[in-house]
Design a protein around this ligand. Structure first.
Ligand SMILES: NC(=O)c1ccc[n+]([C@@H]2O[C@H](COP(=O)([O-])OP(=O)(O)OC[C@H]3O[C@@H](n4cnc5c(N)ncnc54)[C@H](O)[C@@H]3O)[C@@H](O)[C@H]2O)c1
Ligand SMILES: O=c1ccn([C@@H]2O[C@H](COP(=O)(O)OP(=O)(O)O[C@H]3O[C@H](CO)[C@@H](O)[C@H](O)[C@H]3O)[C@@H](O)[C@H]2O)c(=O)[nH]1
Length: 438
């Protein structure tokens, strides 16, 4: 650790709150994480982590002297110098971000006049910080600083991303002491620190996610044109990405982006733009294309199989991406629901999706298998939904024999088509012409 050891309260023991709390403890600060879910706090106090995030369990165990968990607001705040707000900001029916949990935290700390600053990490619409600032001022907390400090970590690599960020963004008002205070916390990371006003910091987060989502959608649209014209998206993405002005990242065509952030944040940015009278047409198209992407895969299978009624379809992978157990807005959910609606039977496999999903719609109408081969047994087609590394090690000739029809739609272009063709599969990829075994 370098610098002064600080006392930090983190509100929210989810992906962002726990990673933030554990990483600040790793940097030598004393951290109390508060949540409102008793079961979550009970688990954390008994040394368990409520979700899977690589490295997080070890980090928490290593820093247990400096890290505690509580349901109690006072216990979290009474000794703290700064409060980090890391609560969820889910979408409302209109697409706007639901800020009720952020406001619940601001209300909970209304008497904490000893705080140096309140720092919002949750992703919020532009203007939220200004409203929080006004509320603090109204309560006589003019001396408590305010900072927007959006988070850019990706699930599955959040600890690594937090400790080695491309940049740290800190938004404050002119003269706010929070700027120097929060900057000092991140100094040991030796990453660029971008200081700006609060509104711009809030916008950086939304713009970054929207641009990443747009790149994915752009390559997915190119993939659709590849399918229609005979070009191969693998060659196209690779060569496009070699242009140093474009770069190779976020150019993987697939079944569409999912997760707790891109779908929610792109809808929130669109709603925010509409609320200010601007129809964000490009983002609107991105959202629409992404919603179509898994539905298009179902249509392709339907055409290939001459209908889906009575067909048995295996979904390989359920989480929104590998290295996480997060099912939020996973394309697999749309796939399962659409296949069932078309009259198909759905089997599935995933190494990490929580077993509680079995009680949720549409998964309650599917059959989950402990390994990919048993999910494939007697199937009329398989869709590779999540690029789990386990799927590269399957004995594909055996898999083809166990299926009723060896038809494989590789929704992430993970596998070598020639391997599948040699095993006897008809191969469909995203952005690739369908190929049949000779
Ligand atoms: N998940 C990510 O990878 C990621 C990355 C960057 C930004 N974000 C943003 O960070 C925020 C949090 O996301 P998340 O994925 O960690 O959410 P999450 O749902 O995993 O966790 C949020 C936690 O906040 C708790 N909470 C709700 N109200 C509370 C209150 N009043 N006091 C204390 N705790 C409370 C919930 O019980 C929950 O445990 C969101 O705004 C999200 O958009 C998330
Ligand atoms: O080339 C690509 C890259 C990603 N995806 C999909 O995009 C989604 C999101 O992937 P990823 O960005 O790796 O995961 P998240 O954990 O959702 O992280 C994103 O969302 C976070 C929450 O805001 C941000 O902090 C991160 O910077 C941002 O990458 C997943 O469904 C991926 O399958 C693609 O289809 N093609």
């Amino acid at each position: 650790m370098t610098g002064t050891s600080r006392r930090i309260a983190v509100f929210g023991a989810g992906y962002i709150g726990l990673v933030t709390g554990a990483c600040f403890a790793e940097l030598g600060h004393r951290v109390v994480v508060r949540d409102i879910q008793p079961e979550r706090i009970r688990l954390l106090n008994s040394g368990e982590i409520p979700f899977f995030e690589p490295g997080l369990g070890d980090l928490i165990a290593r820093n247990k002297e400096r890290l505690s968990f509580t349901l109690d607001v006072q216990e979290a705040v009474s000794e703290a110098e700064v409060v980090f707000v890391c609560v969820d900001t889910p979408p409302t029916a209109s697409g706007d971000a639901d800020l009720s949990r952020v406001w619940a935290v601001i209300d909970a700390v209304r008497d904490a006049s000893h705080l140096v600053a309140i720092v919002v990490k949750s992703t919020v619409p532009v203007g939220t910080g200004a409203r929080v600032r006004a509320a603090l001022d109204e309560r006589g907390l003019t001396h408590v600083g305010y900072a927007s400090n959006p988070e850019f970590t990706a699930e599955g690599r959040a600890v690594e991303d937090f400790l080695h960020p491309d940049r740290v963004v800190i938004g404050t008002s002119d003269g706010d002491k929070a700027a120097a205070w929060v900057t000092a916390l991140y100094k040991p990371l030796d990453s660029p620190i971008e200081l700006m006003d609060v509104a711009s910091a809030e916008m950086v987060k939304l713009a970054s996610n929207a641009l990443l989502a747009t790149r994915i959608t752009f390559i997915n649209e190119i993939a659709t044109v590849c399918e229609a014209t005979g070009a191969d998206i693998g060659h196209v993405s690779r060569a496009v990405g070699l242009d140093h002005r474009l770069g190779p990242h976020f150019l993987k065509a697939g079944l569409g982006y999912g997760g707790s952030c891109f779908p929610k944040d792109s809808r929130a940015l669109r709603a925010m733009a509409s609320n200010s009278g601007y129809p964000f047409q490009l983002l609107n198209a991105v959202i629409q294309v992404n919603e179509l992407q898994p539905r298009r895969a179902v249509q392709r299978l339907k055409a290939e199989l001459n209908g889906l009624k009575g067909r048995r379809i295996a979904l390989l992978g359920m989480t929104f991406k590998p290295a996480t157990d997060d099912m939020r807005e996973a394309p697999s959910t749309t796939l399962a629901a659409r296949l069932l609606a078309e009259g198909a039977t759905v089997t599935c496999w995933d190494p990490m999706a929580p077993h509680t999903t079995a009680h949720q719609d549409p998964w309650s109408s599917t059959t989950r298998h402990p390994d990919p081969l048993s999910a494939l047994t007697d199937a009329d087609a398989a869709i590779l939904v999540t690029e789990w590394p386990e799927l590269t090690d399957i004995d594909w000739p055996t898999a083809a024999r166990t299926m009723r029809t060896p038809l494989f739609l590789d929704g992430r272009n993970l596998l070598d088509p020639t391997t599948l063709l040699a095993a006897g599969f008809t191969h469909m990829g995203v952005g690739r012409t369908t190929r049949r075994p000779s």
